[in-house]
Write a protein that binds this ligand. Structure first.
Ligand code: SF4
Length: 420
């Protein structure tokens, strides 16, 4: 019997929501459906979604094509105008079983996209698993109340709203009972967790509740955080909770104060450096990743140099580099743009920097004995998220955490052997 097919583009939050939709579509008997869960973070992401749909229609002329996700939410008419598309579903509607039950009825509306800014609640839709993955993402928050000048996400996901802590604990426990050794708490702006909930709820308190109430959980990891909003409980947990992974991915975006100001970010260069120093004091084995934009409008060579230098000043290890691309409808798209060739050159310089700092970090791991969570195809991850190619007895035991001796360090991953 065929199954509904899901194509997930974009972020971990989309990956989680795709698992929820898989259950809803299956229950609704939409076996002929292909659901495309789109991303709108850049114009290129939206273009790729449209391209994927056209290719899909060619390959599957009889499939029922359902388009959802942030691109469908922010540009519903664009997808409704595509003859290849059967249904356009909004980001809030996609989480409801009734939406999919309704789609199997011939008279169902072709476009079901409502005002995402009106959404206030964030119920948790329980999932049992994450396909063949060994790490499961759990949505704790959605939406965003900030308005960074380059970002369209708040218009795709609505205001910030949090999942009650009790539901998160129940979800984590269910996934651990189903064999998951590592859980990643995810959302759009997880450091704003709890502000919409009664009482004093913070990301740090949630982390401690999850670790306290699910003692069988081996590893808890956080998806991207806004370091300037990290609460004290989170920092205490970082220092005290061994099961909270010593790896933080920071939504840093730039290393220059004027650029940060024009991005409407809430931190300064000095805040970022101070945060990393404080976290490293609390957890000396911590490793940082960061998102950095190259070529933001009005960025001069000097301002870009500050972004390059902050990599060393914060001791960053993993860089996600984004060449700036204007997003129609954002204030940054109306600012004086940097030339495309300059953006490309700066992005290349940042990526080269990223490769150098990663290789340097990996080379320091040689000879060490670490715990590796084995994933599929004989690879795994350390607590600091370094990728390890595994050898030896048990190197293919996906889902298990094994003591591993690091034999060699490559430019992007390590080579490790399971300790007898
Ligand atoms: S914090 Fe800024 S970059 Fe992140 S989702 Fe919100 S508006 Fe976008």
């Amino acid at each position: 019997m065929s199954e509904p097919e899901i194509i997930t583009l974009g972020c971990r939050l989309n990956a989680y929501e795709s698992e929820v939709m898989r259950g809803h579509a299956r229950e609704a008997g939409l076996d002929d459906a292909v659901i495309i869960n789109t991303c709108a973070v850049t114009s290129e992401a939206v273009r790729q979604a449209a391209q994927t749909i056209r290719r899909l229609r060619r390959d599957k002329p009889h499939a029922r094509i359902i388009v959802t996700g942030c691109a469908a939410q922010t540009e519903a008419q664009r997808f409704a105008d595509m003859p290849e598309v059967d249904h356009v579903v909004g980001n809030a509607e996609k989480m409801h079983a009734e939406t999919f039950a309704g789609l199997s009825v011939a008279s169902s509306a072709r476009v079901q996209v409502n005002d995402i800014m009106a959404v206030r609640e964030q119920a948790l839709h329980m999932i049992d698993g994450f396909g063949s993955r060994t790490r499961a993402y759990v949505q704790i928050q959605n939406g965003c109340d900030h308005r960074c000048t380059f970002c369209i996400i708040p218009f795709g996901r609505g205001p910030s709203r949090s999942v009650p802590a009790g539901d998160v604990v129940t979800q984590v426990r269910r996934l651990v009972e189903n064999g998951y050794a590592e859980i990643v708490l995810t959302g759009v702006d997880i450091t704003s967790y709890g502000r919409d909930l009664p009482g004093v709820a913070t990301l740090g308190k949630l982390v401690r509740q999850v670790l306290k109430h699910v003692p069988e959980l081996s590893r808890l990891r956080l998806s991207s955080i806004d370091q300037v909003e990290a609460d004290d409980d989170l920092m205490i947990a970082l220092g005290e909770e061994e099961r909270l992974m010593p790896h933080m991915h920071l939504s840093m975006q730039a290393g220059d104060d004027m650029t940060l100001k024009r991005m409407k970010r809430r931190h300064s260069r000095r805040d970022a450096v101070a945060f990393c120093e404080r976290a490293r004091t609390l957890r000396p084995d911590i490793v940082f990743g960061a998102d950095l934009i190259a070529g933001f409008p009005t960025e001069t060579d000097e301002m870009f140099e500050n972004s390059l230098q902050i990599v060393d000043e914060c001791g960053l290890t993993y860089l996600h580099v984004f060449p700036f691309s204007p997003r129609q409808g954002t204030p940054a798209a109306r600012m004086p743009q940097v030339r495309g060739t300059v953006i490309k050159k700066r992005a290349a310089a940042l990526r080269a920097k990223g490769e150098a700092v990663l290789a340097s970090y990996l080379s320091q791991q040689q000879g060490r004995v670490v715990d590796v969570l084995i994933e599929s195809d004989g690879k795994g991850r350390t607590p600091q998220f370094a990728e390890v190619e595994m050898r030896g007895e048990g190197a293919d035991a996906a889902g298990r955490i094994v003591r591993t001796r690091i034999l060699e360090a490559g430019s992007a991953r390590l080579l490790g052997e399971v300790c007898a």
